[in-house]
Design a protein around this ligand. Structure first.
Ligand code: AMP
Ligand code: MG
Length: 333
């Protein structure tokens, strides 16, 4: 995507000549996962990669909506009308999703599965989903039809045929979960990138932080720094530039506005910085649906999160940032 985030650690310098940089790449969650670690040698790096990639593989088997036997898809078959107990990981993702759904009046909504599937088909065929099919799918959606019981750790769905899709929040959760595994192995400086969802720990040796690229010097973004330097955070980006369908000259994003059951047409790319990927990934999608004004208002209740919103109209970009993002940028300069 145009505002792809690249994470670039600077080469090791004076202080930590004993640490070397290693990078591993594996396909997981329908994308490539890249992990960078600073370790004493290749053996430590190999052990770290295996443990972190395995954690992401496990989460993929829990959270995937493509894989019929994932735990997520299993509950859509079994939890209609009766509570089903789920894993801690799945419960954490569902709980955060429902909290965000409530905070956004349903703009963020993981029960959009049936609608998301119709728009995915539209991306393949290039044709707008059939109106009757969309209306039918919409009847199976709504975050209030999904019930969680934190004490019992159970999930109940109101209707058979509902489908959950945690594609808007699962990759960020996985990035932070893999980073926690690396932390547990005593690795101080690491970065996990599940596509556009990043989680990273302390700065690479000799650097002030992980350098995150915000954009590629587009017209209209000249006054926005290209890079932000951060430590111990998660950064997620949501935008239509990679996944959209063009119908009759209009671009529809893979992110759905639940109010209209339609792919978003405003070209917004939202980058969120938060302490954990669960928050960053959820918020990037939520703000995309809410738009600039309501998106920034949502952040007022999340003082530990910050957002940059880039809007493209007729080939020209404009940007808006939250007060928190401005503070982070000022620290980089
Ligand atoms: P992201 O790239 O993080 O914005 O996530 C996009 C994905 O979230 C889509 O591909 C869908 O699987 C899912 N999704 C689409 N619309 C919504 C929505 N309104 N709320 C929650 N998830 C959504
Ligand atoms: Mg997201």
């Amino acid at each position: 995507m145009a505002a792809a985030i690249l994470a670039v650690g600077r080469p090791g310098a004076l202080t930590s000549q004993t640490l070397q940089r290693f990078e591993g790449v594996e396909p997981h969650m329908g994308t490539l996962v890249r992990i960078t670690v600073y370790t004493a040698g290749p053996a430590e790096a190999r052990t770290a990669f295996r443990a972190a990639f395995d954690r992401i593989g496990d989460l993929d088997r829990i959270l995937s909506d493509y894989e019929p036997d994932s735990e997520l898809n299993a509950i859509t078959r079994t939890a209609a009308g009766r509570p089903v107990r789920v894993s801690d990981d799945l419960f954490a993702v569902l709980q955060a999703s429902q909290d965000l759904a409530a905070a956004t009046g349903g703009a963020f909504d993981i029960t959009q599965g049936p609608v998301v599937r119709l728009w995915r088909e539209a991306r393949r065929t290039g044709r707008r989903p059939d109106a009757a099919a969309l209306a039918g799918a919409q009847r199976l959606t709504g975050f209030r039809k999904l019930h969680l019981d934190a004490d019992e750790r159970t999930v109940t769905l109101d209707l058979a045929g509902m489908a959950l899709d945690v594609g808007a929040i699962g990759k960020g959760y996985a990035a932070s979960a893999a980073l926690a595994v690396l932390d547990g192995l005593g690795i101080r400086s690491a970065l996990v990138a599940v596509s556009g969802d990043l989680a990273f720990s302390e700065a690479p040796p000799g650097a002030r932080g992980w350098r995150i690229r915000l954009h590629e010097g587009e017209q209209g973004l000249e006054t926005l720094p290209q890079v932000i330097e951060l430590t111990r955070a998660a950064v997620s980006t949501s935008g239509p530039s990679e996944q959209y369908v063009e119908i009759d000259g209009r671009r529809y994003s893979h992110v759905i506005d639940p109010a209209s059951a339609t792919g978003l047409v405003d070209d917004l790319t939202v980058t969120v910085v938060a302490p954990h990927g669960l928050a960053a990934d959820g918020l990037d999608t939520a703000i995309s649906v809410l738009g600039v004004e309501k998106g920034l208002a949502l952040l007022e209740s999340r003082p530990d999160a910050a957002a940059l919103i880039v809007q493209r109209t007729d080939g020209r970009a404009t940007f808006t940032m939250s007060a928190g993002f401005r503070t982070l940028l000022a620290r980089t300069q």
